[in-house]
Design a binder for this molecule. Structure first.
Ligand code: SF4
Length: 339
């Protein structure tokens, strides 16, 4: 019998690693808890910085899955056991799946914006998240408020649930700044008369072409960046949103009304990852994400022999970095199997 790999998590990292491992002749069982592959990618419309359609990336990932990959959807895992040579993944119905190596690609969850009660998500109809806005981009030609009107003013709030001691997450989620800038530009492209304000602590546009997008936002589209933290928002009688911000550059409090307020929710470790880590005896890092055995040289390996990690299960990352990391994990796994 040939060697086999079980991959838990059918998002970007899981799909890319499955394709690469299968291309090298190994059997892969790809387990996904939901009814479709692709994870968060399926909810996104266009991707930064190029504004490529997310469906193109999904198509590329899907095309890589050959007949050596068995896809199992709607999977619930009850237990994972390991002996000297094999992993046994026991499903909710008692079925046991066996493999020689195991890869965790269970990704991330978005921070639940409703936990920041003072921002009004889930209370006021015109306070939405970046994921809700992306769903609007995917499903409708225009951006509208809850009252079916084109918004005249839109506010974006950075660092929602990230870099926030009160929310319990001190780390930066890396991609929400660029997501907000991309989305602000997209609103201007669709509805040029909209005024847009981004409330930020720092802008972290770290990757190639991100800074270009930031300049485009200011110079071409006149998007205004206000350095300040949102302290609270409340609803006006016409359902617009009054935001109260401390402008940290001028030191003055600022009040402003917007028709739509978009919260840029950060990444948090997925709840599935925590359960699986417990089953496998893995200790998460201080930020709650899983940590490889060596942060420089063995970035996909864990302290458990034959157990590997890839993608955002290890922390916030861009799609490019996730794909690269999945390829790196595939190489490490093949090396392990051929030992
Ligand atoms: S990427 Fe930007 S919005 Fe996201 S946590 Fe970091 S600084 Fe805040």
């Amino acid at each position: 019998m040939g060697k086999s790999v079980i991959i838990i998590g059918g998002g970007i990292a899981g799909m890319e690693a499955a394709a690469r491992i299968a291309a090298m002749g190994k059997e892969v069982i790809l387990l996904e808890k939901s009814d479709q592959l692709g994870g968060h990618l399926r909810k996104w419309d266009r991707l930064f910085p190029t504004r490529r359609k997310s469906d193109e990336v999904f198509e590329y990932l899907s095309n890589g899955l050959n007949d050596k990959v068995t896809i199992r959807l709607n999977i619930k895992i009850n237990k994972i056991k390991k002996d000297d040579r094999h992993f046994f993944v026991i499903l909710e119905d008692g079925e046991s799946l066996k493999s020689d190596a195991l890869l965790l690609t269970t990704g991330y969850d978005l921070f639940e914006a409703g936990k920041k009660e003072e921002y009004g998500y889930g209370i006021y109809d015109n306070v939405i998240t970046s994921a809700d806005l992306e769903a609007m981009f995917r499903n409708s030609a225009e951006i509208k408020t809850s009252g079916n009107q084109k918004p005249r003013r839109v506010g974006f709030v950075h660092c929602v649930g990230s870099r926030d001691e009160k929310a319990g997450h001190l780390y930066c989620s890396k991609v929400c700044c660029v997501t907000g800038v991309k989305q602000a530009i997209e609103i201007k492209e669709k509805q040029p008369d909209t005024e847009i304000f981004c409330f930020y602590m720092d802008l972290r546009m770290f990757d190639r072409y991100f800074e270009d997008l930031y300049y485009e936002a200011q110079q071409k589209w006149g998007i205004q960046f206000i350095r300040g933290r949102l302290s609270e928002s409340c609803e006006n009688p016409d359902h617009s949103i009054l935001v109260k911000v401390e402008d940290t550059l001028t030191g003055r409090p600022l009040k402003m009304t917007v028709d739509l307020l978009v919260l840029l929710s950060g990444f948090v470790p997925s709840s599935d990852t925590n359960k699986l880590a417990d089953m496998l005896g893995l200790l998460p890092g201080s930020d709650g994400f899983l940590t490889p055995v060596d942060e420089h040289f063995r970035t996909n390996e864990t302290q458990v022999d034959g157990l590997f990690l890839a993608g955002t299960v290890k922390g916030p990352a861009t799609i490019e970095n996730t794909i690269t990391d999945a390829r790196s994990a595939a190489i490490s796994i093949i090396k392990y199997l051929e030992k």
